[in-house]
Write a protein that binds this ligand. Structure first.
Ligand SMILES: Nc1nc2c(c(=O)[nH]1)N[C@@H](CN(C=O)c1ccc(C(=O)N[C@@H](CCC(=O)O)C(=O)O)cc1)CN2
Ligand SMILES: [Mg+2]
Length: 293
């Protein structure tokens, strides 16, 4: 069993990005700039956005963090997005999800200029991805593709079962794995809450990607010997013995599943760290006008 080290892979990608930023600066160019909009004080969201800003500093990007209380109005948010769309300084920006219920998240995402949509959540980027046009790939699926590629995991002709159909992970992942090229060319089954007998599907899978947010959902009896297992779940469960008061649990019963796998991601330290690296990668592409020329 080989552990897919997302932390190390993320660091390697960030070093590659930092080297490109050095070159841009040496040539007198403008360094990439990422802006992040954060609404409210949700513990997870604050951590993620803080990590994104810190990562920008590490690779030499400029960054801005724009914070609002959770009573911000939709109009205020839309006005800020308009400003970021028009900013000469900002190459790409994100609006951290989830947003409070009184804000129409879809309307907010659609207000982002697709050329600056480094999360790849705008319907134009989603559509371009589907029809093989250059687009920003959402960071988590993009990170999973990087893990498969950098560990030389064969995907062509393999049966890939994706569990979870979220817009951010499951749905784009299923599309990307079925595409031509590497990693891709897999036969894909997309399972979700209405799937009858999940284990029937997962037992036939060469590659399982689970992104549901249900700790321990994937158990050893559901996994074929030698399978590749990618765990996207990061649920915070209370743990009084920790200073933070919680620990992270993935969607995979890791202790019992890992011995059966050829490759598996840990939680934490698997897919999560790549999410940040690929957001930086998209921001670099935005600054270089690589996606929209
Ligand atoms: N605008 C966006 N909102 C959200 C996204 C996103 O990509 N764009 N994804 C998630 C949250 N997320 C990034 O924003 C994210 C989740 C998890 C991790 C991560 O590094 N996880 C670590 C553990 C970190 C911890 O201690 O909690 C790991 O798995 O090792 C990074 C980013 C929803 N919202
Ligand atoms: Mg789901």
């Amino acid at each position: 069993m080989i552990l897919l080290d997302g932390k190390r892979t993320s660091e390697a990608i960030q070093q590659e990005i930092a080297a490109e930023v050095d070159a841009i600066r040496e040539n007198g160019g403008k360094v990439p700039h990422l802006a992040a909009v954060l609404v409210g004080n949700d513990g997870g969201s604050v951590t993620y956005v803080t990590n994104k800003v810190l990562a920008c500093e590490r690779v030499g990007f400029g960054s801005s963090l724009i914070r609002y209380n959770d009573d911000v109005t939709e109009d205020e948010l839309l006005a800020k997005i308009q400003e970021l769309n028009e900013s000469e300084e900002v190459d790409g920006f994100i609006v951290q999800l989830p947003l409070p219920r009184h804000i129409n998240a879809q309307k907010v995402l659609e207000a982002i200029d697709p050329r600056k949509d480094v999360d790849g959540f705008h319907p134009i980027n989603v559509g371009r991805m589907v029809v093989n046009l250059p687009s920003y790939l959402p960071a988590t699926p993009y990170g999973i593709l990087q893990l498969l590629e950098r560990y030389n995991i064969e995907t062509a002709g393999k049966h890939c079962v994706v569990i979870g159909r979220s817009n951010i992970v499951g749905t784009p992942m299923s599309i990307l794995m079925a595409k031509g090229g590497y990693p891709g060319n897999a036969t894909v089954t997309l399972c979700h809450r209405n799937t009858i007998d999940l284990g029937y599907h997962t037992r036939q899978a060469d590659i399982i990607i689970v992104a549901v947010g249900q700790p321990g959902l994937l158990t050893a009896d559901m996994v074929k010997e030698g399978a590749v297992v990618i765990d996207v779940g990061t649920t915070r469960v209370p743990d009084a013995s920790r200073k933070s008061g919680y620990r992270l649990r993935g969607d995979v019963d890791f202790g019992n599943v890992a011995p059966k796998c050829s490759f598996i991601t840990p939680v934490p330290g698997g897919v999560g760290p790549l999410t940040i690296a690929m957001l930086l990668k998209n921001t670099l592409k935005a600054a270089k006008r690589e996606v929209y020329v």
